[in-house]
Design a protein around this ligand. Structure first.
Ligand SMILES: Cc1cc2nc3c(=O)[nH]c(=O)nc-3n(C[C@H](O)[C@H](O)[C@H](O)COP(=O)(O)O)c2cc1C
Length: 196
């Protein structure tokens, strides 16, 4: 099984990256048979999505799209910006093919300045999973400034919850085995006038 873990912050000393790294570290330690790939978004120089077919992107955009498509499950860590996700991370969801996450488990980690926006996972991130016909876990992790000390993730409860999230991604993903449950939904076209 392949898991891609995206840390969706471009900030040099990223709290989001610390949470995703902790999750990846745990998966590597507890599920050594799983191939888990950390995607630190600031190391990718991405194109802005311009509506072209995803297969036409080159360079880092192509690499990122392939890494997401080839993964069996995805962990997405995001900082909260303006009560939502940063544009840089939204761009990733715009770049990937419509079918990239179909039947896959998509688990969310968010970091914010305070607890005020913990529900952003429910109303900003989970709808993306719905669009892509992916499964989300009922449990997610939200960490805020008080959980970090000396530029490190210090809160043991948050760490434990990140480990649980990692374990759940592995377990649920295995059980689902890529199957989509429920009624077929209409395909959403991404065709632009320049292609007609
Ligand atoms: C442009 C911007 C907007 C932000 N908006 C929010 C917000 O709406 N709610 C919140 O709780 N924190 C907000 N924050 C704080 C960040 O979410 C928080 O510091 C987060 O942990 C940053 O993650 P990072 O270190 O991985 O970049 C904002 C930060 C920036 C830079």
């Amino acid at each position: 099984m392949k898991i891609a873990a995206i840390a969706g912050s471009l900030t040099p000393l990223s709290k989001t990256l610390l949470t995703v790294k902790e999750t990846v570290r745990h998966i590597k330690q507890s599920h050594s048979e799983v191939d888990v790939n950390l995607i630190d978004l600031k190391n990718y120089h991405l194109d802005f999505c311009d509506g072209r077919d995803p297969s036409e992107y080159q360079g880092d955009s192509k690499r990122l799209i392939e890494e997401v498509v080839q993964a069996d499950a995805l962990i997405v860590g995001t900082p909260i910006y303006r009560g939502s996700i940063p544009g840089a991370l939204k761009n990733v969801f715009d770049l990937i093919p419509n079918t990239a996450l179909r039947g896959k488990v998509l688990a969310f980690i968010a970091t914010g300045g305070t607890y005020h926006h913990y529900l952003a996972i429910e109303h900003q991130l989970k709808p993306l999973a719905g669009y892509f016909k992916a499964y989300t876990l009922p449990g997610n992790v939200y960490a805020h400034n008080d959980h970090f000390v000396n530029k490190q993730l210090a809160d043991e409860t948050i760490k434990e919850r990140l480990h649980q999230l990692g374990d759940s991604v592995v377990t649920v993903s295995r059980k689902l085995n890529g199957n989509v449950i429920g009624a077929e939904q209409p395909v959403i076209p991404r065709q632009s006038l320049s292609q007609t």
